[in-house]
Design a protein around this ligand. Sequence first.
Ligand code: N01
Length: 545
Amino acid sequence: MTETATRPAPDTSVGEVDVVVVGAGFSGLYLLHRLRGLGFRVLVFEAGDGVGGTWYWNRYPGARVDVKSMDYSFSFDRELEQEWEWTEKYPPQEELLRYVNHVADRFDLRKDIRLETRVTEAVWDDEDARWMVRTDRGDQVSAQHVIMATGCLSTSKVPEVPGLETYTGRWYHTGHWPKEGVDFSGQRVGVVGTGSSGVQSIPLIAEQAAHLTVFQRTPNFVVPAHNHPIDPEHQRSVKAEYDEYRRANRESGFGIAVPPATKGALEASEEERQALWERAWYDRDNSLVTFLTGFTDMITDKAANDTAAQYVRDRIAEIVEDPEVARLLQPTDHPFGTKRPCLGTNYYETFNRPNVRLVDVRKDPIVEITAKGLRTGTEEFELDALVFATGFDAMTGALTAVDIHGRDGRSLRESWAAGPRTYLGVQMAGFPNLWTITGPGSPSVLSNMMVSIEQHVEWVTDAIVALRDEGLATMEPDEGAQDGWTRHVDEVGHMTLYPSANSWYMGDNVPGKPRVFMPYIGGVGPYRQKCDEVAANGYEGFVRR
Ligand code: N01
């Protein structure tokens, strides 16, 4: 392959590399850096015209991460982690994109990244023991390994409502926001969806638009973000102890270290519970996981969980002036945390604005997009702009979007027809040398993604190096090991309250998607330990030839 700029003419001759990486977000960039350092020839394909993945695509108003900056950053390079100065508790999208671009430049990564190039197909050739990878620009590359660094929330979903093609206004999906931004001044805007993207964008769109209608199907639990400029002294003190700080994150449950809970919510006194919930709601240094980790039984015991859920419902009732609107905003159909909880800034307050209306589309569903706007069963809404904050085909969508055929032509889409099956969330039986980063069956979306990304990148690259060092060509899971792990992921998931909610964790947001709890809730620390044990035992459960 030629080593040229990032927008080359397609290479229709067959090039050869050791590893093709799909995606140039945080995972893809770290993979490229690490594999290159280990002496592999690597080529990265990226659909966007810039690096950054999630932070490249999600440019909607208010987009920012909801894990603290000191935790949501790379730890693999000491100088990088010491030199980069974060400005806020939760960095906004622009700052994260600047950070990703800095990483790409700092480690000279761009020359091996082909932008605006989407991988469409990967086919395994058993005789050559190599993958043939093809792209939408006509590239053909033969690679010993293919690593899918395609992200868990990257295949955006517009609702299956008829009529969008007839709509004469402008419409947007939060996960594909125009680079130049959108000016809603003077417009009548509709936002469909009240997950994290809706919760972040609604207050800002309401400030700009003439009128905003929020179409809500399920109310979510939204905790105040208390975002603020980062205290320089705090940043210095974390950096002074960064190794220890990172170690604690790696050994924790969600990839964010918290003091261990010592008792269940119902064993605690009313005062103790109240004190914790007050801290989780009002403390400016709170975090997304405070509600979930303060007591031992928050995600396993409905009655314990209810104490937090009720606390949040009470706060909503205090903030929202119209009691009927407050009632609609109060989540009652799922336990706290079983749909991804959100952090918000002025979210509930926004519904006190005179230019904002909340419409319950659970009771009165959207039936059609019209030329002028949107129609529910009982009412038509004229809208100059429509924003779909309607989420993603999560965890599996970006993987099954590529036509992947493994040993004996086995298709990944067909193998996963009843739900994803993996061993440790890194490989699939029948797909040798195909790897997933933060794939289904790993802690992934239930964790601080940076911790999980680094762990996967390091584990996968170590496994590839071990193959090379031992003169072996291929690695894939044993079917039995995969069955056992898939069962374990499911069993642990069903020990919790998560499956009781309709959520994208369960595939519920995509019609026809099998209902399976996709991430592994066993905890980032125990999961890492399991992966390390497997490696130490000669990659137990994998077949290596
Ligand atoms: O998507 P979502 P998101 N009619 O799937 C509604 C991460 N993230 O982009 O719940 C009406 O959560 C749907 O309703 P329901 C984070 O992990 C992180 O907001 O299915 N409504 C729901 O309200 C997050 O969880 C950050 O009933 C329809 C909404 O659309 C994940 O990405 C920021 C509908 C979709 O919510 C996804 O978040 C943003 C229909 N036909 C995202 N179809 C931060 O770090 C769907 N909905 C801060």
